[in-house]
Design a protein around this ligand. Structure first.
Ligand code: TYC
Length: 102
């Protein structure tokens, strides 16, 4: 071993801790007032869902009380839920989307 060799003992090795960013789901909530057809339009307009997928999500929310629309990073999920809620208000509806940590 030369004088310039550096000895790294196990206790000196610091493990890099990496944490994956949390994911958030946009959740669609059921209510008694919003027409089913409007829910489908909102899902197609705000989340780029095709008719069949939008109907499936709408029916799940209608029957179960809520349904996951899609999952994103926190910023994207919150922004998309807010835009979809604005779309709902703009059309005089009470349809609600929330962003929920997974
Ligand atoms: N329950 C509503 C009705 O019977 C339809 C509806 C479905 C509303 C899903 C919201 O997320 C919802 N007109």
């Amino acid at each position: 071993m030369s004088e310039s060799d550096v000895i790294i003992k196990p206790k000196d090795v610091v493990k890099e801790k990496t944490t994956e960013p949390s994911m958030y789901s946009v959740v669609l909530h059921n209510d008694a007032r919003t027409p089913r057809a409007f829910v489908v339009v909102a899902l197609k307009t705000c989340f780029n869902k095709v008719e069949r997928e939008a109907e499936k999500i709408m029916l799940e929310a209608h029957e179960e009380g809520h349904a996951v629309v899609a999952t994103f990073s926190r910023e994207i999920a919150e922004s998309k839920a807010a835009k979809a809620n604005d779309f709902s208000v703009k059309h005089g509806q009470v349809l609600l989307f929330t962003a929920e940590k997974q």
